[in-house]
Design a protein around this ligand. Structure first.
Ligand code: ATP
Length: 242
């Protein structure tokens, strides 16, 4: 059974259809990268999966259970956690307090502050610091840690690189190694195609709310993904989805 499968998902902003009939399934432990130009619908899709944005049509199945109609807080209890774009930390709270907050809203499981610090060692000396005083990379690690503390089966990461220097992004991604080995299923939105293709098992390229290319990261070429990204369809270039 897939950890998460979505069938014919649609989501709107008023009259604008931002997500137009997306379907895919993710296996447990798989890392899926969603790529696509600005406005392709990636953030709306992630927010819809998390229940932060309403589903206009289609179904979302989590471990086989239909969660489409559940509000966001109940989806957290079913094992979906979103790290939103821009991190959204409680700046006046310490790292520890933020992490504990994640645990309170989630379900029981193996994640603990000690395990978060193992994966993000840069937080070790920061646990008692207010998150507003942390560097961008440390804030990002705290935001991911907070989501992990809810013991999710599926972690949704929206543009973790946003607003961080390339050096800091490298560090955050380096620390992902441990996260991926933990067996957590990850769906991430990433603007940097090279990074997306190097970190993910599978890549889906979206264009104007639809999937235009889907494949194993190891089997797609950068040229194929770039073409799909810009809406150029070359003959014989990978598995294009209409
Ligand atoms: P980006 O990389 O810029 O975040 P994206 O692929 O994540 O882009 P979305 O942010 O999901 O795309 O946007 C999809 C479409 O929905 C775009 O046309 C965008 O202008 C529109 N949109 C997004 N948020 C809103 C909103 N709150 N109100 C109205 N339209 C919106």
């Amino acid at each position: 059974m897939s950890a998460l499968s979505i069938e014919g998902l649609h989501a709107r902003h008023g009259l604008l259809e931002a997500v137009r009939g997306i379907s895919f399934a993710v296996r447990k432990g798989e890392t899926l990268a969603l790529v696509g130009a600005n406005g392709a619908g990636k953030t709306t899709l992630l927010r819809t999966l998390a229940g932060a944005h309403p589903t206009a049509a289609g179904r979302i199945l989590l471990n086989g259970d239909d969660v489409t109609k559940l509000p966001a807080h109940q989806r957290v209890r079913h094992g979906i956690a979103l790290v939103p774009e821009g991190r959204r930390m409680f700046a006046s709270m310490t790292v520890t307090e933020n992490l504990k907050l994640g645990a309170m809203s989630g379900r029981k499981g193996d994640w603990s502050i000690e395990r978060i610090v193992e994966i993000f060692p840069n937080l070790k000396k920061r646990l008692d610091h207010k998150t507003g005083h942390l560097s961008g990379g440390e804030q990002q690690a705290t935001a991911i840690g907070r989501a992990l503390m809810s013991n999710p089966d599926i972690l949704l990461l929206d543009e973790v690189s946003l607003g961080l220097s390339p050096l800091v992004v490298d560090r955050v991604y380096e620390q992902f190694g441990g996260l991926m080995q933990s067996g957590t299923t990850i769906i991430l939105v990433e603007q940097d195609l090279s990074r997306a293709m190097s970190v993910a098992d599978r890549v889906i390229c979206m264009l104007e709310g639809k999937t235009v290319l889907e494949g194993a990261a190891s089997e797609l070429t950068r040229e194929q993904v770039t073409d799909a990204y810009f809406g150029l369809h070359r003959a014989n270039s990978g598995r294009h989805v209409q």
